[in-house]
Design a protein around this ligand. Structure first.
Ligand code: CA
Ligand code: CA
Length: 83
């Protein structure tokens, strides 16, 4: 189930920014193997994505900077610790 929301940001009654936000309930942040659990297996997959052995399934960029690197591993560890 995919939900789409439109975010409008107004500054002094002028529309400053319009952004479409898509929530895909089937995609858990950091759940790279699609088992709906974020754990050590997802970290292993992240390491493989960084090393280039596995393609990014689409949600490996945890900090959303368009690069998959060590920072995303740190972010993934934080997601696991928060649970
Ligand atoms: Ca998982
Ligand atoms: Ca990143």
């Amino acid at each position: 189930m995919i939900h789409t929301y439109t975010l409008n940001v107004f500054t002094d009654n002028q529309m400053d920014l319009q952004q479409t936000i898509i929530f895909d309930n089937n995609m858990v942040i950091g759940d790279l193997n699609g088992d709906y659990i974020v754990n050590i297996l997802d970290i292993l997959i992240m390491v493989n994505i960084i090393m280039g052995s596995i393609d990014d399934p689409g949600n490996a960029d945890i900090n959303d900077d368009n690069i998959i690197n060590i920072l995303d591993i740190v972010g993934l560890v934080n997601v696991i610790l928060e649970d």
